[in-house]
Design a protein around this ligand. Structure first.
Ligand code: ATP
Ligand code: MG
Length: 245
C-alpha cells in the first residue's frame, strides 16, 4: 500500500520529495539567517488551508501581527481561515504583553516554560483539528539550554505526530555551520530539509537539499530555488553545485 503523504504545494518541492512529506513526519527545516525558513513554513500552512487542511503556526520569533502582515505580502491572507477555525497562530512571542497581544486567542503566558507552550499548542491543534503544524523556531526553545534540546524535540514529536500532524520544526543554524541543529535533534527528526544561501560569483544563490526523509525516497541533489512575491519555488529540474563547502 502506498504511504500517505502531505503535499507541500510549494512548486517543485513535492517533486524532489517524490510526492510530498510522509504523513505524521516531523521535519527539521534548517538553514542560516534569511534563507527562507519562515516563508517555507507559512507557504506550507497556507497551501494546506487551500486544500481544506487546518494548520497551526507557533511563533517564537516574531509578533503574530507582523506574521499576518508578512504572509499577506505573498497573498496569503489567513484572517478568514482564523475566523473559520481552520488556522491558528500560537503566540509564544509576546507573553501576552501589549494591546495587540490581548486580541490573540492562543497565547503562551510564559514562553520560557516549555510545558505551558506544549499545553497551548495541544489546545490549538485540538480546537481546529490541525493536520499541519509549524514551529518557528525550535532553536529559540532551547538556545539557552542545549542539554534540553533532544528531550524537547522528542516531546514535540510525540504530541504532533500523535495528534495526526505533519510538522515542520524550523531550526536556525549559523551561516558557516554544516550541521542542522545538533546531533540529538537531527536524529530525532523524521526528516531534514536544509536551505542555503551562498555567494557564487558575487551573487547570492539560494539552494535546497533534502538530507533525509523517513518513509520515502527523495532527490539526493541540491536544487536551486527562488523567492518571489508568490513565495518560494524550487527548480526541481536543475541542480546547483556549491563550491567551498
Ligand atoms: N517578496 C519577496 N521577493 C523576493 N524575496 C523575498 C521577498 N520577501 C522576502 N524575501 C527574501 O526572503 C528573506 C527572508 O526569508 P525568511 O524570513 O523566510 O528567512 P528565515 O530563514 O526565516 O530567516 P531567519 O532565520 O532570520 O528568521 C529575505 O531576506 C529576502 O531575501
Ligand atoms: Mg524566520
Amino acid at each position: 500500500m502506498p504511504i500517505e503523504r502531505v503535499v507541500t504545494g510549494i512548486p517543485g518541492l513535492d517533486d524532489i520529495l517524490h510526492g510530498g512529506i510522509p504523513k505524521r513526519n516531523v521535519v527539521l527545516l534548517s538553514g542560516g539567517p534569511g534563507t527562507g525558513k519562515s516563508i517555507f513554513g507559512q507557504q506550507y500552512l497556507y497551501n494546506g488551508l487551500k486544500l481544506g487542511e487546518p494548520g497551526v503556526l507557533v511563533v517564537l520569533e516574531e509578533h503574530p501581527v507582523q506574521v499576518r502582515v508578512s504572509m499577506s505580502q505573498f497573498g496569503w491572507n489567513v484572517r478568514p481561515y482564523e475566523e473559520k477555525g481552520m488556522f491558528a497562530i500560537v503566540d509564544a512571542f509576546t507573553a501576552g504583553i501589549g494591546e495587540a497581544a490581548k486580541r490573540e486567542r492562543y497565547v503562551v503566558r510564559a514562553p520560557d516554560d516549555f510545558q505551558s507552550l506544549v499545553d497551548v499548542l495541544r489546545e490549538a491543534i485540538r480546537d481546529i483539528g490541525a493536520v499541519r503544524a509549524v514551529i518557528d523556531s525550535v532553536t529559540t526553545l532551547y538556545i539557552t539550554k542545549p542539554a534540553m534540546a533532544r528531550g524537547m524535540v522528542l516531546q514535540l514529536k510525540k504530541i504532533l505526530s500523535g495528534m495526526g500532524c505533519t510538522s515542520i520544526l524550523v531550526s536556525q543554524v549559523s551561516v558557516t555551520e554544516r550541521g542542522f541543529g545538533g546531533p540529538g535533534v537531527e536524529h530525532a527528526a523524521d526528516g531534514i530539509i536544509r536551505l542555503d544561501l551562498d555567494e557564487v560569483d558575487g551573487e547570492l544563490r539560494r539552494s535546497i537539499i533534502v538530507w533525509k526523509m523517513r518513509g520515502t525516497s527523495h532527490s539526493m541533489r541540491r536544487h536551486p530555488f527562488e523567492i518571489t512575491d508568490k513565495g518560494m519555488m524550487v527548480k526541481a529540474e536543475e541542480v546547483i553545485k556549491i563550491t567551498g563547502r
